[in-house]
Write a protein that binds this ligand. Structure first.
Ligand SMILES: Cc1cc2nc3c(=O)[nH]c(=O)nc-3n(C[C@H](O)[C@H](O)[C@H](O)COP(=O)(O)OP(=O)(O)OC[C@H]3O[C@@H](n4cnc5c(N)ncnc54)[C@H](O)[C@@H]3O)c2cc1C
Length: 371
């Protein structure tokens, strides 16, 4: 009876892995999801693919152990534990179980995030290829239709993911010959004239990955895109100085340069879902203003867009005010929490941008905007 119970649990845990494994791979097929977001299928898709990826990753991290435990318990009860190292199923399972914590825990655990550099964790995350290949050999296809679907299903997912990544690299990545950098104490704004095809793929908002080969040839970093208010055909990103790469960029820009950069994208971001709402209240803090600006720019004509922005960086605030006098219908409430005094021209502005000192009481501010 115990053996039957073990078999049932290991089978249920195996079958429940199918949808999440498909989700974990498809949520990172960036070209495919960008393409699907323009089709009617988008009404069935999740708005935040990264959230789906995280959820699926956590599920896999736990489920793999449940499956392994009950599988091994059954083999142990049968006196077949040697199958773990003598049979394809055992060996492939062993590989999967060994790499799963490296792929998942390093990305989930706050302790690991603090102690291990992002680049190392990201590099180790690519062990998902070993995970997928191991899985493909785990159950023989001869078991179909009673099982054994994993090789075709995961084989398809990993092939699609690889082709998608290649497509992004070859067809969605371009060189910007001349980039205009605007250096602030806390970060850098980059303005770039992207190609027509880049514009066509998504003319407003989204995110892009940026590589500055004169800082690092291998590092690509994600940033939210917004449109240059003076010329909507140009894209801008604002890069806050937070870690080693962003600090290296900031340092390199202490001397004037217009050197080339590479940009990959644009990809959809959760902010693209703003189109689904007539009345919007965007709440941003610090650098979160960039996707919010893009939403305002995209929807200010036909929707009511309100903004609540909490910012403690005087230079960033003064810089963004220039980009912000675009939202005429809604409220633009900026809560300045910094210590440095603001430029009087910005502080005393007589527009629909209202600068307040101190933190907002969101429970009072949001209902007041609604009513
Ligand atoms: C979808 C998305 C949009 C973003 N938009 C902006 C933006 O508009 N402006 C902005 O200033 N920042 C943005 N970021 C954050 C930006 O990518 C990181 O601040 C930057 O990559 C940090 O790199 P670093 O090496 O200097 O810092 P590190 O010290 O290496 O990392 C600091 C933190 O940034 C994250 N990070 C590091 N490298 C990457 C990477 N290649 N991709 C994603 N996250 C990484 C890690 O979680 C890490 O904990 C965005 C991130 C994502 C995922």
């Amino acid at each position: 009876k115990l053996q039957v119970a073990c078999l049932v649990i290991s089978r249920i845990s195996a079958f429940s892995l199918y949808p999440v494994m498909i989700a974990v791979f498809l949520s990172k097929c960036r070209a495919t999801t960008s393409f699907l977001s323009k089709s009617h299928l988008s009404v069935y898709l999740m708005q935040d693919n990264h959230e789906l990826h995280e959820y699926a990753g956590r599920y896999i991290a736990i489920d793999v152990w449940i499956h392994t435990f009950f599988h091994l318990l059954r083999w142990g009860l049968q006196g077949n534990i040697q199958l773990l190292w003598t049979h394809k199923t055992g060996l492939s399972g062993l590989i999967v179980v060994a790499v799963t914590p490296i792929i998942t825990v390093l990305m989930i655990s706050d302790k690991c995030k603090r102690r291990i550099k992002y680049e190392i964790r990201k590099g180790l995350h690519y062990l998902f290829y070993a995970f997928a290949v191991g899985m493909c050999f785990h159950a023989p296809t001869s078991g179909i239709p009673n099982g054994g679907f994993i090789a075709p299903v995961l084989g398809f997912c990993i092939a699609l993911y690889t082709l998608d990544a290649l497509y992004v690299y070859v067809f969605m990545t371009e060189k910007i010959d001349t980039t205009i950098f605007h250096v602030l104490p806390s970060g850098v704004e980059m303005t770039m004239a992207v190609s027509e095809s880049f514009q066509k793929r998504m003319n407003k908002g989204g995110i892009a990955y940026v590589c500055l080969p004169w800082v690092s040839k291998t590092q690509w970093h994600a940033f939210s895109l917004f449109e240059d208010p003076r010329n909507n055909r140009k894209k801008q990103v604002f890069m806050l100085k937070t870690g080693d790469w962003t600090t290296a960029v900031h340092d390199a820009l202490q001397r004037k340069t217009v050197r080339p950069m590479w940009i990959s994208g644009p990809f959809i971001s959760p902010f693209n879902a703003a189109v689904l709402y007539d009345n919007q209240i965007l709440v941003a803090s610090g650098i979160g203003i960039t996707p919010a600006l893009s939403v305002i720019n995209a929807h200010k004509e036909l929707r009511r867009v309100n903004l609540i922005w909490v910012c403690r960086d005087a230079a960033m605030l003064e810089f963004y005010i220039e980009h912000m006098i675009v939202n005429s219908d809604g409220w633009n409430l900026i809560f300045y929490t910094g210590k440095k005094s603001l430029d009087p021209a910005v502080d005393g502005m007589n527009t629909n941008v209202c600068i307040l000192k101190g933190r907002p009481d969101l429970e009072a501010v949001i209902p007041n905007i609604i009513y």
